[in-house]
Design a protein around this ligand. Structure first.
Ligand SMILES: NC(=O)c1ccc[n+]([C@@H]2O[C@H](COP(=O)([O-])OP(=O)(O)OC[C@H]3O[C@@H](n4cnc5c(N)ncnc54)[C@H](O)[C@@H]3O)[C@@H](O)[C@H]2O)c1
Length: 314
């Protein structure tokens, strides 16, 4: 049995796969390169965040399962997989805690203007003869707390819930909007999207990218948000209209934007989102902790082996 990985995963998952079959790491993510060779003999395919196209699946006559290391299946041609009868497994929830911690980190970083403060200190931007704290105030680097403020979660799944628990611990009021009939955890109030946008000091996005969520946060949604609000996007680039965000930042409506996801990835070096002083742009790293990488690797290996009929003894 041949298990093809586009890129390596954490050792805990690699070990499980190696115990079950012959593991090959392609070391490429380009669909055409994968379809041209390595997929021809693969019984299973494991990808991280790279695409799985119809052409890839059609080039893999032996393929019995696709494993996605992570959450979010937007990069996988699910219609083609269904047409070809190839199941797709992912690792829902395995990285939720890691992303949830990152969301709070990003919100606090924006709220406290941390990158500007760190750069000012390193650049000798504070005068001698004056206390540093008062220089911080004079430099306009005063921040705001999250305690006592309102967080709006768009999407109340695994990550949204993780963020809610942490935000409640910080003393925030937590609102959420979800299309599914979810039962909110204690302390979280479900509201319509409009009300969430109008009432939140921090809006954080936790929906998958689907035809319904593409462009969900565009000019109209941004105009509905509280002046001075912060927006955090660890979901997917397509959920937010980046140009509208830049316009809202420049108009002084939006105070800050934290973005971890781009289209394409990596973003072009000239992408204005990477260079705006009030944008915290990070390289799709919200789930990249050792803890989450181990959890995702084990979960995707178990999922794939389950479909290959080797999972029962795990
Ligand atoms: N930046 C990162 O590293 C990273 C890591 C993991 C996940 N993600 C992204 O975060 C997303 C959410 O992850 P999760 O684990 O919480 O997923 P999840 O499936 O547990 O939760 C998603 C929630 O969104 C809701 N939803 C779907 N469509 C909606 C809509 N149109 N409006 C409102 N709610 C809607 C669903 O009902 C569900 O409750 C993933 O799909 C992925 O795109 C990013």
């Amino acid at each position: 049995m041949r298990i093809l990985l586009t890129e390596p995963i954490a050792a805990a998952g690699m070990d499980l796969l190696r115990a079950a079959g012959e593991v090959h790491v392609a070391g490429v993510t380009d669909p055409a390169a994968l379809a041209a060779g390595p997929l021809a003999t693969a019984d299973a395919l494991v990808v991280r965040s790279s695409p799985v196209t119809a052409a890839m699946l059609e080039a893999a006559p032996r393929l019995r399962v696709v494993g996605r290391h992570g959450a979010g299946l937007d990069g996988i041609d699910l219609a083609a997989a269904e047409r070809l009868g190839i199941p797709v497994v992912s690792t829902p929830g395995a990285n939720a805690e890691s992303v949830a911690e990152f969301v709070l980190l990003a919100a606090l970083t924006l709220a406290r203007q941390l990158p500007a403060a760190v750069a000012a200190l390193a650049g000798g931007g504070f005068p001698a003869g004056r206390s540093l704290p008062s220089s911080v105030v004079a430099a306009g680097l005063t921040g705001t707390m999250l305690a006592g403020r309102t967080l709006g979660l768009v999407g109340l799944g695994a990550i949204g819930r993780g963020v809610a628990a942490r935000a409640l611990g910080l003393g925030m009021t937590v609102l959420a909007f979800d299309v599914a009939a979810v039962v909110p955890p204690p302390g979280v109030r479900l509201v319509p999207l409009d009300e969430l946008l109008r009432s939140s000091d921090v809006v954080s996005l936790h929906v998958p990218q689907t035809p319904q969520t593409v462009g969900l946060i565009g000019a109209a949604a941004l105009a509905t948000m509280r002046p001075g609000a912060l927006l955090v996007n660890t979901a997917r680039a397509g959920v937010v209209d980046g140009s509208a965000v830049l316009a809202a930042l420049d108009a002084g409506r939006l105070r800050g934007y934290a973005v971890d996801v781009f289209a394409p990835e990596p973003p072009a070096p000239g992408d204005p989102l990477l260079h705006h002083p009030r944008v915290l742009a990070t390289p799709h790293m919200a789930a990249m902790t050792h803890d989450a990488l181990d959890a995702m690797a084990v979960a995707v290996a178990r999922g794939v082996l389950g479909y290959l009929g080797k999972g029962r003894s795990l």
